[in-house]
Design a protein around this ligand. Structure first.
Ligand SMILES: [Zn+2]
Length: 450
């Protein structure tokens, strides 16, 4: 979709008719890559609020110029058929580049054949499997062996949702029987050990099947530890992804008296104790984790209501595709945990390499795609459900305690400090000022080549 970068350097020869954008004082970075979104999909009886247009619009507003979404076939459904459905939904609506992972939600020889077809004829190079969601998408260990073995044969990468679905199912039954029905039950049914066990098991299965592995949404310190051990122990490469939600908010919200508020934070694996964020940032900074995604999967209040009397029926998912990069900048670069180069690595370059988008994506160099983010580390913005570009009516990164909101200078509200030149073009509205939770110091603008 994007044109390519012609030249990089000083004293360039600029062809006539070229529009010049003054980026003085800004960081010029490769556009972000969010390898984990769910737009326009039905799950747990509800349809996500963000469709491919509004979802990618939000992505672009936050500096992300490529997303990778998930085709999720029903059990028994043809993978190719599901893939075609997703293409049909997405192709006409996306306003940035996108790619697809394909879920393997059931197993048979025909699935194996279709995996091959997807790789050879449709350019798919990653398949998602679930160790959780018993009775829907979950595969057993024997089936996981088959999928990973097939991935190894096809030189594709399996992505794993690592949580022990059987333990979660049993814990859920027990909690409901004991009268625990609210959103707090969601976190109680699946603690860190339940995640870490599955991370370890997935790594062992992949190693045995001689297959590299990518674990999506690592959400806890225990899971990071299990992953770190596996990465030092085994021969096959293992990559770990975490989410903006993990570093931008925490599991204390499950105890909020307001159902809407608590349910809005429900995703799987769940948010953990507040001290987790620092450990996750540390893991990203030191390469125990390689990628930060969003798992953007937004549901309106009316849909989250489906789980009002039973936490296991709350549609799982939160926002993040718009705020991911700025949350990371705030929590990792502003705090000194990470330098801007590592920021680019975990928000863009590593995903480009892992998902075969390198060298076109994830770098600023002649020949690479010209999807760039111009990043002003001094600018401010306020996170809010009213101001964001998502369709959804809630934002988990919004400051809800007015005492914690930092005052913003009047001239910061509009126009006064705007630089000449850089602006978002195309279907996405111009990125606007948002104000963040902690000392707000960054703002971005994104441009697309035209
Ligand atoms: Zn997901």
């Amino acid at each position: 979709m994007f044109p390519t970068i012609g030249q990089v350097g000083r004293n360039l020869i600029i062809p006539g008719g070229t529009r010049t954008i003054d980026a003085t004082g800004l960081l010029v970075m490769p556009g972000g890559i969010d390898p984990h979104t769910h737009f326009e999909v039905e799950m747990m009886g509800a349809k996500t609020a963000d469709d491919f247009y509004k979802g990618t619009r939000a992505a672009v507003a936050g500096g992300t110029t490529t997303v990778i979404d998930f085709v999720l076939p029903e059990k028994g459904q043809s993978l190719i058929e599901a893939y075609n459905n997703w293409r049909q939904r997405a192709d006409s609506k996306v306003c940035c580049d996108y790619a697809l992972h394909v879920g393997v939600t059931w197993w048979s020889p025909s699935v194996k054949k279709e995996m091959q077809q997807l790789v050879e004829e449709h350019g798919i190079n990653s398949f998602k499997v679930f160790m959780a969601y018993k009775d829907s998408w979950m595969l057993n260990d024997y089936e996981l062996c088959h999928v990973m073995e097939t991935c190894a044969e096809l030189k594709a990468l399996p992505l794993v949702h690592a949580e022990n679905g059987n333990i979660i199912a049993r814990n859920t039954e027990k909690l409901l029987a004991a009268g625990v029905t609210g959103p707090e039950g969601h976190a109680l049914s699946r603690d860190e050990e339940v995640e870490a066990e599955a991370v370890n098991r997935a790594c062992v299965i992949a190693n045995q099947m001689k297959c590299p592995l990518y674990i999506v949404h690592i959400m806890s310190k225990s899971a990071v530890q299990a992953l770190r051990l596996a990465r030092t122990r085994q021969k096959q490469p293992v990559f770990g992804e975490t989410l903006a939600a993990t570093i931008g908010t925490d599991g204390s919200h499950y105890g909020n008296a307001c159902y809407r508020h608590a349910a809005a934070h429900v995703l799987s694996p769940p948010l953990r104790a507040p001290h987790t964020a620092e450990a996750i940032v540390d893991a990203l900074a030191h390469d125990d984790l390689q990628i930060i995604a969003s798992d953007n999967c937004t549901f309106h209040e009316k849909d989250k209501e489906l789980g009002k009397n039973n936490f296991s029926k709350i549609p799982n998912g939160v926002n993040g595709v718009e705020d991911r990069m700025e949350i990371l900048w705030q929590k990792a670069v502003n705090t000194g945990a990470m330098d801007p180069c590592r920021f680019v690595a975990v928000s863009s370059a590593c995903a480009a390499r892992v998902f075969n988008l390198w060298p076109r994506k994830g770098r600023v160099a002649a020949g690479a795609d010209a999807d760039l983010a111009l990043w002003d580390p001094r600018r401010e913005r306020t996170v809010s459900a009213h101001a964001h570009h998502h369709a959804v009516d809630f934002n988990i990164f919004e400051v809800t305690d007015p005492a914690r909101v930092q005052p913003v200078a009047a001239q910061g509200a509009r126009g006064g400090r705007r630089r000449r030149g850089p602006r978002a073009v195309g279907p996405a509205p111009r990125a606007h000022r948002l104000r963040a939770r902690a000392p707000p110091r960054r703002r971005l603008q994104h441009i697309r080549g035209d």
